[in-house]
Every structure is written in C-alpha cells, then in structure tokens.
Write a protein that binds this ligand. Structure first.
Ligand code: GLY
Length: 353
C-alpha cells in the first residue's frame, strides 16, 4: 500500500492500494476512536462497495448509518444536498462524528459540501471508487454542487481527514469511466514531469494503476500544500479545463468531464505549439496518450460556440480569463488573456491537422 501525506491544515494521509476498503475500519479507528460514522454513496456504488465498507467499519466497532442518492451528475444539486443534510440531522451526527464519501467525483464533491455545511463543518473522509476521484477530486478539499448556471458554482474548501483509495474498485469501472479519470491523470503528467508523463506513454496506467495514482496524488498534494485556496499555482490544475468545460456545456453535459477535458487539453496543446509558445513539440505526444485511452482529441463544436461558452467560465475575472499554456512536459504557465482572445486561441488548436 502507498501512503502520501498532504500537509494542509488539517494534514491527512492518502492511502492507495488493493484491499484498502476492507482495512478502512481499522485505519479510521486510529483517527476517530469514538465517533459515529455516516456513509454517503450513490445508487451505482452502493450495491458494489457499501457492504465491504460497512463490514470493515462495524468490525472496528463503529456505529454506521448510510444514505444512498441516485447516481449521476444530475443529482449534484440542492435537492440531493438537502436530502443528505436532513439525513445527517436525523441520525443525528454530532460535531465529533465523521461523514464518509464513498464513490466518484459526484459523491465526493457533494458529501464533502454537506460536511462543510452541516453544523458549520464536520470532519469527512474520502473513499474514491473511480479513477477520476482517485487521481484528482478526492484530494485537495474542493467540494461543490452544480447550479442551473453551471457546474460546481456553489461550494467550499474543506480538506478531508483521510483519503482511502482502494484500487480494486477500478476493476468494476466501465472503460469510458476509467478513461474519464485517465484524462485527468494525463493532464497531471503534462504538468508534473517527463518521468510521470512516461508512465502514460508506456501503458503503466493499465498495468500498475496504484503507482500512477500515487504519483499523480503526490504531485497534486504539493500544489495544494503551496496554494490551498487556488490563488495562484493551483490554477495550473485547470489545464485543458476552460475549453473542456465549454465542450461539456455545449453538449448539454452529455459529454462526460474527462472526455471533454481530453479534447480541451489536446486543443490547448496544439494551439500553444502552433503559436510558437512551446519550447518543444508536445501536442502529438499528448494526443497519443489520450488516444491510447480512447479519449477524444477533437470536438465537433465550432470555435465560436466554444469561445462563447468558455467566456462564461467561472475562472473569468472582468474582461480577462486565465488560460494554462503548456510550454513543455513538466512546465505549464498561467497566462491572462482578454476574453476576446479566446476565439483565436481555440481556432489555432481546433483542427487536428
Ligand atoms: N481539480 C482541480 C483542483 O482540485 O484544484
């Protein structure tokens, strides 16, 4: 099992490896010896992993309450949040108790936000079951729900007390859901360095996901430690996301996040390279890694439609927007551009050849 320390306030460990769910009770007993636990999960994950988690937690002596909400991004709203909060109050969970988010990005973001709101903040633990939540969303304390105007528009920063990532859960993922996480992982490789990026070029993600997840988490932990509230460096983690979010929005959220980010990353890499902003050729290498995971590197939505959608992104401030420009593998830069410049940026990288 791999262990990574995230030195935020509070600091916490990320445990990654096979069988972690079965060991979760014994591990948490060391952190919260006398707490009551409430597990929040969704209708896809509950039949697969809720019993394993509950058995381990009750075997460690915990009283465990559970709440299951309907799976899917459409659930990430005030109605589901209110259901979770009412459930926590009915248990009742107190300030010394702990909430557990079992599932993918939706369960983690929403249960994390419930933990941030309930009694003005209680502790919570992330148990990611998808690759996307393992490499990205379970670490770093971003919690949120969606509003009609867009994704993740209401939320809070609250670091978890632990992240327990059982890599056995990845085996049940449909290929397209695994690919969603692969997009965030490849993004991390572009940001981090050649040695992590090489793990996507040599196929390690499929052969040894625990190693790749651990390397991605270690990189993200460092960024979050230096910039917990996304005032500067953490913005780099949004590489490919401005165009990616625009693709998601143009599709009416039919295209899943990771697939949209993959196309956004590819467009951004080609755009940077064609504008002479890169220090070496990178677009073909990035696109090859994405294609190897059956991820898209183009989009059907035209540049003007994407530019309009991207201009409404929550990362816009006034008439400017910060884009993340890949310069080489392991070096990306934040660039403020006028919102009116988005169309040029997207057009430059939109076509594959
Ligand atoms: N998913 C990007 C971040 O946590 O900042």
């Amino acid at each position: 099992m791999k262990r990574i320390q995230v030195n935020t306030k509070p600091s916490y460990e990320v445990l990654i490896g096979p069988g972690v769910l079965s060991e979760s009770g014994a591990y948490l007993k060391g952190l919260f010896p006398d707490s009551r636990l409430a597990v929040i999960t969704d209708s896809t994950v509950a039949p697969l992993y809720l019993e394993t988690a509950r058995e381990s937690l009750t075997a460690a002596g915990y009283t465990v309450s559970t709440h299951v909400f309907p799976a899917g991004e459409a659930s990430k709203n005030f109605v589901t949040l209110s259901g979770i909060l009412e459930f926590l109050a009915s248990v009742p969970l107190t300030r010394t108790d702990c909430l557990i988010a079992l599932g993918g990005g939706v369960a983690g973001d929403m249960a994390g936000f419930a933990a941030a709101c309930y009694l003005r903040g209680i502790r919570y633990v992330q148990m990611p079951t998808t690759l996307l939540s393992a490499v990205d969303s379970s670490v770093g304390g971003k919690t949120a729900i969606d509003l009609k105007a867009g994704k993740n528009l209401a939320g809070a920063f609250l670091q978890p007390s632990a992240v327990l990532c059982d890599t056995d859960c990845l085996r049940s993922l449909p290929p397209e859901v695994f690919a969603d996480g692969a997009a965030e992982a490849v993004k991390t490789g572009v940001l981090c360095d050649e040695s992590l990026f090489a793990l996507f070029e040599d196929g390690s993600l499929t052969v040894n996901p625990a190693e790749v997840i651990a390397r991605c988490v270690a990189y993200k932990a460092g960024v979050v430690e230096r910039d917990e509230r996304e005032q500067g460096e953490r913005k780099l983690l949004n590489l490919g996301h401005t165009i990616g979010h625009a693709i998601e929005k143009c599709s009416g959220y039919r295209i899943p996040h990771g697939h949209a980010v993959a196309a956004g990353l590819a467009i951004m890499a080609r755009s940077a390279e064609r504008q002479g902003m890169t220090e070496e050729p990178i677009a073909d290498r990035i696109c090859a890694c994405l294609k190897a995971q059956n991820l898209p590197v183009v989009t059907e939505y035209p540049p003007d439609m994407l530019a309009e959608a991207a201009g409404a992104d929550k990362k816009r401030s006034g008439d400017e927007i910060t884009i993340i420009v890949p310069r080489k593998i392991g070096r990306c830069a934040l660039e403020k551009i006028p919102v009116s410049g988005l169309l040029f940026t997207i057009r430059a990288g939109w076509r594959e050849n």
